[in-house]
Design a protein around this ligand. Structure first.
Ligand SMILES: [Zn+2]
Length: 303
């Protein structure tokens, strides 16, 4: 994600709020899950110079099988500094949803007020940045994943969706078409559980069928409410209208096609709303939105 001022400030806010937690001598990684030098890696460089090769494994397992809350709070600013500034996937990079899940595991709503405020500001800055940038070519975290990451911390996506609806910038409309065309949000049903049956043979066949259907990302499993909220919003007439406004106002033939395709996905899904799941429309990505960056200059689009 490219790093505008709002994100930069939020990251500095994390460094300031959590600076009271000193570097722990021993972080106690579980010896069956991690190598014997795991703790030493966390001490290899000063905090602001640590990279994923030092922090990647820790960020995945902190609070679960590696160290306590105060240890995590020491490393937290650097972990999110790395994650929010990452423009491409490198070896050792953990999934963003998994890293954001640490807030849930650490029960961040019980933390001191200034620490919670710093985290809130970071979440707001992430969302502002997602809405104000065109999807990044080669970026490894998409709109669906950012929303899933925020959902690991927040029980209610409502305020984020309201901001999105009010945001009339073309970039915000593009983020919406990117979500629709780049994820399964338009195609998944309300029931995400694997089928169960008494009869084994029948069950295997049903499960095989189930696997052929479109599914949401695995981390949404922990955030059913937020997913339902997002899905309802994405399929609402107001969201459709938002795409339509972006289509009319964008003044670019390639983008018109993309925004029109996103509307088509939603409308088609609406006509088949009787079924739990719908097969993904294989024609929905005639131009991948990531490819668009290559052929359209940012300045032409007014970002
Ligand atoms: Zn272990």
């Amino acid at each position: 994600m490219s790093c505008p001022k709002v994100l930069e400030d939020a990251i500095e806010g994390l460094y300031a709020a959590f600076s009271r937690y000193p570097l722990p001598e021993e972080t106690m990684p579980c010896s069956c899950c991690h190598a014997s030098d795991a703790n030493a890696l966390l001490h290899a460089e000063p905090l602001r110079k640590l990279g994923w090769k030092h922090l990647g494994e820790y960020a995945k397992d902190a609070l679960l099988v590696w160290g306590g809350l105060e240890d995590f709070k020491h490393f937290l600013p650097r972990i999110f500094d790395l994650l929010l500034n990452a423009s491409d996937w490198k070896k050792g990079t953990p999934s963003p949803e998994r890293v954001f899940r640490r807030f849930h595991n650490g029960e961040w709503r019980t933390w001191p007020h200034d620490e919670q405020t710093a985290v809130e500001k970071m979440l707001d800055a992430v969302w502002e940045t997602v809405r104000s940038n065109p999807p990044i070519e080669g970026g490894y975290i998409d709109v669906d994943q950012w929303l899933c990451s925020i959902s690991q911390c927040k029980d209610d996506l409502g305020p984020y969706l309201n901001k999105w609806m009010e945001d009339e910038r073309l970039s915000a409309g593009w983020a919406l078409s990117s979500l629709i065309l780049g994820s399964t949000i338009a195609y998944t049903g309300p029931d995400h559980t694997m089928p169960a049956s008494e009869n084994d043979v029948e069950r295997i066949a049903k499960i095989q069928e189930w696997f052929k259907l479109p599914h949401r990302g695995a981390w949404w499993k922990r955030c059913d409410t937020q997913y339902a909220q997002l899905q309802e919003w994405v399929r609402s007439p107001a969201a459709l209208e938002k795409l339509r406004r972006a289509e009319i106002g964008c003044g670019n033939a390639e983008m018109v096609r993309e925004l029109a395709n996103a509307q088509r996905c939603i409308r088609r899904r609406g006509r088949r709303s009787g079924s739990q799941f719908t097969e993904i429309d294989s024609t929905r990505r005639p131009i991948g939105n990531l490819q668009l960056i290559g052929c359209i200059e940012r300045c032409q689009l007014g970002f």
